[in-house]
Design a binder for this molecule. Structure first.
Ligand SMILES: CC(=O)N[C@@H]([C@@H](O)[C@H](O)[C@H](O)CO)[C@@H](O)CC(=O)C(=O)O
Length: 261
């Protein structure tokens, strides 16, 4: 079974894919971006080609190049680089998974196919398994984001017995506000060493209470430092400070949401 060099925990920045004004990927800034995350935000894990990185709007070739650049520039600086390899085409997804393994990524993540959607858990698991099998030495994370995929299969249901089907399964990236589902994922898998990564940055404190082991999100690109302060306060059981940090983060996100995105 694949096991990560260490469990993915703490903050994981869902990286933006930098573009030029001509719509080409701007590889030249990725090195500086890594340094900024590490030095200014205290964030040493990244999630590449996800929602924030607009991976599903890039070609397979672009996704490969973006992944390569982040892995190369992050070497000896970042702790873990997880590549999102989900795609509507199983073959594209497998190619991206194999490629992630070849370039030395630390893990892969996959969302549910969202056009012709899996009707039930077994169909979804079979798709995920086919992708995971293409990179048998890489930790595998399921990326649950039902509001965008429209796939409403509960994460709790999906996780039930998942390692029997996908031995490389290491964790869940949970981008949803259903804390009953999230809490039950944690509660029912206490014997496992899964990573439970929450993906709704404005509600992270609630998820920490439920047992989140880390978080993947867009705001950790620029509010990583602030969110790390919240994690530290939570760790030392200073819940009043943790709540103040979360409210501050919420005020910012609320402001941005009202601007429209
Ligand atoms: C729908 C969405 O973009 N959600 C973000 C959040 O970080 C989100 O931007 C944040 O909570 C603010 O609403 C992440 O869950 C997405 C993410 O991790 C990714 O880019 O793959």
């Amino acid at each position: 079974m694949a096991s990560p060099k260490k469990k993915l925990q703490g903050l994981v920045a869902a990286t933006i894919t930098p573009m030029t004004e001509h719509g080409e990927i701007n590889f030249s800034v990725i090195g500086q971006y890594v340094d900024y995350l590490v030095e200014e935000q205290g964030v040493k894990n990244i999630f590449v080609n996800g929602t924030t990185g607009e991976g599903l709007s890039l070609s397979v070739s672009e996704r490969r190049q973006v992944a390569e650049e982040w892995v190369a520039k992050g070497r000896n600086k970042l702790d873990q680089v997880v590549i999102h390899v989900g795609a509507l085409s199983l073959k594209d997804s497998q190619e991206l998974a194999r490629h992630a393994a070849e370039i030395g990524a630390d893990g892969i993540a996959v969302i549910a196919p969202f056009f012709l959607k899996p009707r039930n858990k077994d169909i979804l698991i079979n798709f995920l398994k086919e992708v995971a099998t293409a990179a048998p030495a890489l930790p595998f994370y399921y990326y649950h984001i039902p509001a965008l995929t429209g796939v409403k299969i509960r994460a709790e249901e999906l996780l039930d017995g998942i390692q029997d089907k996908i031995p490389t399964f290491q964790g869940l990236k949970f981008s949803d506000t259903d804390l009953l589902d999230f809490g039950q994922c944690v509660d029912q898998n206490r014997q496992q060493q899964f990573a439970f990564l929450f993906g709704v940055d404005e509600q992270l404190l609630s998820a920490l209470v439920m047992g989140a082991t880390g978080a993947v999100g867009s705001t950790y690109n620029y509010m990583g430092k602030k969110t790390n302060q919240m994690l530290e306060a939570f760790e030392r059981k200073d819940f009043s400070s943790a709540l103040n940090h979360q409210f501050c983060i919420q005020r910012f996100i609320n402001f941005v949401l009202k601007l429209g995105r």
